[in-house]
Design a protein around this ligand. Structure first.
Ligand SMILES: [Fe+2]
Length: 274
């Protein structure tokens, strides 16, 4: 398909999908009351990730249909958060349910993607299912891979901003209620990050620990425009400024910065997400 040529079905289906998303999320309101604050947060996050996914897809030169698929996937990626929160009162997957799987199940059952072409439908479903896995599973079908990677990037880009916003407003406890109120960095976490560049939430014992894990997300981004945004928005520096000025932190931030620069500058097809 030529660039910028939109298919009629895409436009119609997208509108229907958006309407479904609005009414589905609205069903979590209690009567006329507004959504609970943490669900309202997820709702806004979903719209922002849709916008980010759309803008990344455009910058990557995807055709119009793929841009629509990216936007739709961004909107739907966190659908599972709604039933998860209603049932378990937490967003912590390890203590409740895998919200990627739950969202995948929910959207599949709704039938809302049925009018889409098979590959687009599967890419959206796979994107929802795999957006929150620690790594992109090796068995993801090839036709879905770019969308899975793209929504993972768009999601992380928004969560960077969201966490900084909560920190700026002194409201981080609202966002991370399970994390103990301490500002110490865990040595064990720093060691793991230093050795492998990765860490898991199970090692997080404080807000700075959480920020360190976020810093390590930079190594998991996939596409050139995502790295450009990291640099433009000074994501690494803003995180670093909130962490203790110790050599291990400096080293990790420096490594993340070098990594982001290399990928942001690399030409198309050289370092792009493989
Ligand atoms: Fe999510």
């Amino acid at each position: 398909m030529r660039k910028n040529e939109r298919k009629v079905w895409t436009v119609n289906s997208m509108q229907e999908i958006q309407e479904w998303f609005t009414s589905y999320t609205r069903s979590f309101q209690n009567g006329d009351n507004p959504l609970e604050p943490l669900l309202e947060l997820k709702l806004r996050h979903s719209f922002r990730v849709a916008g980010e996914a759309c803008s990344l897809a455009r910058e990557m030169g995807m055709d119009a249909e793929s841009v629509d698929v990216a936007e739709t996937l961004g909107l739907l990626h966190d659908v599972g958060r709604f039933p998860q929160y209603r049932e378990f009162r937490t967003f912590y997957d390890a203590a409740s349910v895998d919200h990627g799987e739950l969202g995948w199940e929910t959207v599949k059952r709704s039938g809302i993607l049925e009018p889409l072409e098979e590959a687009a439908k599967l890419a959206i479903l796979d994107g929802i299912r795999f957006h929150n896995k620690k790594e992109v599973p090796s068995g993801v079908r090839t036709s879905s891979l770019a969308m899975v990677k793209l929504v993972r990037d768009a999601d992380k880009l928004d969560v960077f901003e969201l966490v900084q916003d909560y920190l700026d407003r002194g409201a981080i406890r609202e966002l991370l209620p399970r994390i103990p109120v301490t500002w110490e960095v865990s040595g064990e976490l720093l060691d793991t990050l230093g050795e492998t560049g990765r860490a898991s939430y199970s090692q997080v014992r404080s807000v700075p620990d959480f920020l360190l894990v976020q810093l390590s997300w930079v190594f998991d981004l996939n596409f050139q425009p995502s790295f450009r945004r990291i640099l433009e928005r000074r994501v690494i520096e803003r995180i670093e400024n909130r962490l203790p000025r110790i050599p291990q932190v400096k080293r990790l931030a420096g490594k993340a910065r070098d990594f982001a620069r290399a990928y942001a500058e690399a030409g198309e097809g050289t370092l792009d997400g493989e």
